[in-house]
Each structure stands twice: as structure tokens, then as C-alpha cells.
Design a protein around this ligand. Sequence first.
Ligand SMILES: [Fe+2]
Length: 324
Amino acid sequence: MIVRPTGASTILIADDDHYAQKALEALLRVEGFHVIVAQDGQEALERINESRPDLCIIDFDMPRLNGLETCRRIKGHHETRLLPVIMVTGLLPEEEKTRAIEAGCDDFLPKPYEQDALLTRIRSLLRIKSLTDELEDAEAILMTLVRTIEAKDRYTLGHADRVGRYAVMLGRALGCNAFELESLRKGGMLHDIGKLGIPDAILQKAGPLDDNEWEIMRKHALLGGEICKRLKSLEGILPIILHHHECLDGTGYPSGFKAPQIPKLVRIVNVVDIYDALTSRRSYKEAYPVKKAFQTLWEEVERGWWDGDIVKVWEEIVMRESGG
Ligand SMILES: [Fe+2]
């Protein structure tokens, strides 16, 4: 269990220079922060894992894992990517600064520190951190709600997690950048959030839906958009949520968009969403083997529904992963 003073933010100092570390630790403690320390980058990652600090102050030059690589790993990991990192450096050439920014570093601090400047930067980054924590909490609640919807129907259990995971795999193979991959992860997981507004009698119906029930079920795309548009941080995934049932030939819903209006990220989620539905057992059908699932997907590409280039890449990934 982590014991810390109520309300105090925790700051990790990673520095192999013992005296510099002690001086900074004393300053931060006087200011009311809870402090944890590490002697190098590797130890810093371990401390972060154990103690979940609110901010890190990392020395540029450290043994085992240097500051740059430590920062890159913090920012590259889903759970710590929003953790603010201040890099402490002596005189840093411009190109090193660029590398640190590329590694995701939030701020620099020249050695020796000017105390007031340091405390101002820390407080400002901690304010931002607390706002992003609130946003993360709101997103976590939505993820929990998605799982609640799934729990009502044993046939869709795990669908949202798989679609999020598959969408990232496919997006990576298609050259999506980090921002797009994050949108694919969140969009894949939350694509059916609008089912929160669909009556259980329809969600859990054992047999096929009649026309009237289908009409209600189709509303989940627009309902999902309504739920997510309230969260600014989810703006980037709105097209995925709203349009994950559009087809390239315009026969999908809710907008009947055609190919030019359907962005790449939506097409990616389309393909993995359908793939997962085909390869999972549903109340109205058995799980298809992979080969039959792709046969169906290709028939639907022929019909003009899905993007064949994307289906092709997904098929290659699935075959490679399954050793087929
Ligand atoms: Fe859906």
C-alpha cells in the first residue's frame, strides 16, 4: 500500500548525482510534496510502476537507462503516457533538446535550478495532470459502461476490448501515427457505447430482430455520438462511433455515407468489428472459423461494403498471427 500525506502530490526525482538529488528532495518536501527517488532510469521506471507519482523530474545523464530513453518509455506506455516529465540538464545542444521533445518531455530545467522557476513549472504541470486525470476518469467510466452493456449479453463479452486491440494492430500495419492509434484504441472500445440507450429486451433477444427492433437498434450509432460529444477528449473518435455501420456503397447507417466520406480510421474499425462479430458466437449463429470469416468479408467487399485494401492487410496479420 502507498502511504502518502493527504492531498500531497507525489514527485519522483531520478538523478545519479546524490547531492543534487538530496537538495531537490529537501526543497520539494519543504513545499509539502511527497517525494520518491531513483538513482537511474531503470529504477525510475520501477518506482513509477510501484508508486504512480504525479510528476517526474529526470536527469538527462544517468547510468543504466538515460533520461531520454526513460522519458520515451514513460510516454510510450499507455498507463503512464500522461505523466508529466521535467528533464534536468546542464547545457543542452539544440539537437538534444529536439530529441527530448520528440521523446515526449514536457519541460526542461537547466542546472543549477532557479527555485521559484522550478516550483512554478511543477505546479503548472500538476494542474494540467489533475485535469487530464479527471478526463481519464470520465473515459474509464465510459469503458466500464461498455463492459456493462456486454455483460448483459454473454455473446458479446470481450467484443469491445478485442475490437480496440485489433484496430490498433491493423492501424499500425497501415502506418497510422500515435494519435490515430490512440483514437483507434478508444474508438474501437467505445464504438457501441450508444447501446446504453437500447432496451435490454432488444439487446438480449435470443432470436433475430424484427424490422421495428432493428430500427431501434440502429439508433445506437447516433446515441453513442450524443454520449461522447460531451467529452472534449473524445472528439477525435466521434466519426468512429457515429459511422461504424456505414458501408462504402452508401447502404449503411446512420448517414448513408459513401466511400469518400468514410475516413480511414472508420474503415479500419468497420473491418475488425465485422471480423470479430463473424468469428464470435452470437445468439443467431455459431462462431465462424477464420477462413469462413474472411470468405464472408471478401464477399462483402465485392458487394461494395468494406475497403478491400484494409481487409487484405487484416487477413495478412491474422494469418501471420495464427501461423496460417
Ligand atoms: Fe455497432
